[in-house]
Each structure stands twice: as structure tokens, then as C-alpha cells.
Design a binder for this molecule. Structure first.
Ligand SMILES: *Cc1c(COP(=O)(O)O)cnc(C)c1O
Length: 386
């Protein structure tokens, strides 16, 4: 059955996957093979060599396309592998306009790898999307947008950015990792490419590293698939199985992440030792109206500072939590605390980082799906020790 009209939860469980035709196994088998037998050269059942295509991965790609309401998806061995493939659509001399609050690894790849190949990146504040127009010239080819952004939870209006992209004939790519397809579907808002670090909410259990690109455009899919197979950042069948398994509870997990995120954000906001709290569900968050318009809920990511942006206090909090763990990454069932300035965003120069609000006292929480009260109690006891 084609699940185009099914609800999101039904899609999570059924879309793209089908029982194994040889055995009837209801769960997608892990086709742990590098090659496939051919009857004579070129005559095979659609699979020749597993870098190019593997049946476990193909079902995952079908599922991911369905979750984003699109026709095509490609899975990569990491989120960075997926971003790398998008930038490889460009040529020396081309320019990219992107946000000034990005995942640290994206910033590092753009500035330290692709600048060397003659591609120019503009890191700008996109709160007012019209700002993008000021940076467009004849060489501009791509808008790379992360919304909500990491770690400041800034919002960019995807539909408005898409108008600008269409006007100037630019590709619009959205890093949808923070929202997950459960909360935001950029293709319907006019994006050409949706990127995910499937390591995060899609996998959901902190046991796999994977990336994905999803598009509705057959021409783009063909170009990306060529880069995918030629450059080879493709994932194995075991990892594909783990993400397929994770997706089956995506709708349930994200609902719980959002509920817990809401509770923790409000608790922090009312706490006397806390400075600023960044969570798009607050009416005074400068992206609240955009979040309400383009997301189904506000997600499980909350960043905050302690009063005075005190680095020592932030360290004390990060090392005093007991239910939360101090670790990089996000989107798993377990709650994590991260210190962006020294961990996920350390590759961004301090001056750039502070300009974007990533001060030395900032902490980022990935709120898991544990019992809400246990998380609240943990945050409270750690704040008592600060
Ligand atoms: C983690 C992350 C990435 C990179 O993905 P990996 O799977 O770690 O390679 C890209 N963008 C965002 C927003 C991320 O959180």
C-alpha cells in the first residue's frame, strides 16, 4: 500500500517498507552482502554492488522519502557525508549563503574544506530573510539553512526563504535535523533538498551515525545519487536497519521529547539562577511566530545560560547532573547536556561564536523521554550545586 495519505504515525511504521518477498519476514532483513549475483553482465534484480544500492538501505530511503512527503531519498554514512554531497553539486567560484548559527561541523566543512576548493560562503543573520537578498550575486547557487539552528534555536521562515530562492534561481537546502520530519516538512514549504543527521531523532537511540538527503526533484536526485555512488559515503545494511527500527517510534518519541522540553524550558525560565533560556515555544523567543507557523511543536532542544554567563557555573551544572549525561549529540531517548563552546562548536572561532550568542556560559540540553519529574528533579539538584 502507498502511504501518501496515511497519518504521520502510520507512515513511521509502514511507509517504504514491505515484508521480505522470499520469506515473508515482516521486518526488513539486513542484507549483509557487498555484491549480487548477475545472470549475465548487467542482468540482475536491480542490485549490482552494495556501495551503489543495498536492499536494506533502499527500504530506509523509501521510508525517509515518505516521512518528508517526497519522492526520493539517499542515505549517507553520516550527516556530514550528506552535506558534503550537496556542496559537491557546486563548482569553483560558486557562492553559498548560510546562517551564522550552524552546527559546528557544517561550519568547519564549509570554511576549512570547501573554501579551499574555491567555493565562497556567506554566514549571515537570517532572522529577517530579506537580508539574504543583500548577499545574492551572479555566482550565488545555494541557500543552506538550518532551522531550528544549533545551538541557539534560531528560526528561519522556510516558505519566505523559498520565495527568495525561486526569484534568484538558487537551490534551497534545509538541515532539518533539529525538528525531525515529525515536526517540520520543508519540501512542502518550497525546499529543494532536505538534509538530516539521522544520527539524531531519526535513529533516536544513540546507536548509529547516518545522514540523509531527500528531494522531490528527479533531476537533483539523479545528480546527488551520482555523487553518492561516485564518492562513496554510503552506509552499511546494519546501520540502515537500526535507523529503520528507530523510525517506527519516531512519532511517539518526538511527542515525549516535546512534552519534556516544554516542562524543562519553563522550569529553567522561572529559576533564579538561570539567565536566558532559548526555546522556540516561548512567546518572547524572536522566532516564536515562525516556529508556530512551520512546526507542529517546539521540539526537545533547550539552550540556556546561568546568570552572568558564568563559565565555571556552567561547568558545575554540566558535571553535577545525574539523569542527564554530559555528551555531544542529541535526539536520543536519553537526556544529554552539552557545552557548545568547548564541545560541538569548538571549531568555530571564539569571536564568531560569541557574535552568534554561543557564549562560554551557554549549555545545550537534548531532552530525552525519561519521566518528566525525574528530569525536573535532576535539573533542580544540579542548579542547587551551582
Ligand atoms: C549532528 C548534526 C549534523 C552532522 O551529522 P553527523 O551525523 O554527526 O555527521 C549536521 N547538522 C546538525 C544540525 C546536526 O545536529
Amino acid at each position: 500500500m502507498d502511504h501518501k495519505k496515511s497519518g504521520f504515525g502510520t507512515k513511521c511504521i509502514h511507509a517504504g517498507v514491505f515484508p521480505d518477498p522470499t520469506t515473508g519476514a515482516i521486518m526488513t532483513p539486513i542484507y549483509q552482502t557487498s555484491t549480487f549475483v548477475q545472470e549475465y553482465p548487467g542482468k540482475h534484480k536491480g542490485y549490482a554492488y552494495a556501495r551503489g544500492k543495498n536492499p536494506t538501505r533502499s527500504q530506509l530511503e523509501g521510508a525517509l522519502a515518505a516521512l518528508e512527503g517526497a519522492e526520493h531519498a539517499l542515505c549517507f554514512s553520516s550527516g556530514m557525508g550528506a552535506i558534503d554531497a550537496v556542496i559537491k553539486l557546486l563548482r569553483p567560484g560558486d557562492e553559498v549563503i548560510t546562517g551564522n548559527d550552524l552546527y559546528g561541523g557544517s561550519y568547519r566543512m564549509f570554511s576549512k574544506v570547501f573554501e579551499n576548493y574555491g567555493i565562497k560562503f556567506h554566514y549571515i543573520d537570517m532572522h529577517d530573510v530579506n537580508h539574504i537578498n543583500e548577499y545574492v550575486n551572479d555566482n550565488t547557487k545555494l541557500l543552506w539553512i538550518e532551522t531550528p539552528s544549533n545551538p541557539m534555536l534560531k528560526m528561519v521562515d522556510i516558505a519566505a526563504a523559498s520565495e527568495i530562492a525561486k526569484k534568484h534561481n538558487l537551490l534551497l537546502a534545509i538541515d532539518n535535523t533539529f525538528a525531525s520530519p515529525a515536526l517540520q516538512n520543508p519540501i512542502a514549504l518550497g525546499a529543494d533538498i532536505v538534509m538530516h543527521s539521522a544520527t539524531k531523532y531519526l535513529g533516536g537511540h544513540s546507536d548509529v551515525v547516518m545522514g540523509a538527503l531527500i528531494t522531490n526533484r528527479a533531476d537533483l536526485h539523479e545528480k546527488l545519487a551520482f555523487i553518492h555512488n561516485s564518492c562513496g559515503a554510503t552506509p552499511g545494511p546494519m546501520d540502515s536497519f537500526l535507523v529503520l527500527r528507530g523510525i517506527k517510534t519516531l512519532h511517539l518519541r518526538v511527542k515525549a521529547h516535546c512534552e519534556n522540553g516544554r516542562a524543562i524550558a519553563h522550569f529553567l525560565k522561572n529559576h533564579p539562577k538561570v539567565g536566558r533560556v532559548y526555546w522556540p515555544g516561548f512567546e518572547d523567543h524572536d522566532g516564536h511566530a515562525i516556529a508556530k507557523k512551520q512546526m507542529k511543536d517546539f521540539g526537545g532542544m533547550v539552550s540556556f545560560t546561568l546568570k552572568g554567563d558564568d563559565f565555571e557555573a556552567a561547568m558545575k551544572f554540566a558535571t553535577s547532573v545525574r539523569v542527564f549525561s554530559l555528551a555531544e549529540s542529541l535526539g536520543g531517548v536519553e537526556s544529554l547536556v552539552n557545552h557548545p563552546a568547548s564541545m560541538t562548536h569548538a571549531s568555530i572561532p571564539a569571536e564568531e561564536r560569541r557574535k552568534a550568542g554561543v557564549v562560554d556560559g551557554l549549555l545545550r540540553l537534548s531532552i530525552g523521554v525519561e519521566d518528566t519529574q525525574d528530569l525536573l528533579d535532576d535539573v533542580a539538584q544540579a542548579l542547587d550545586l551551582v
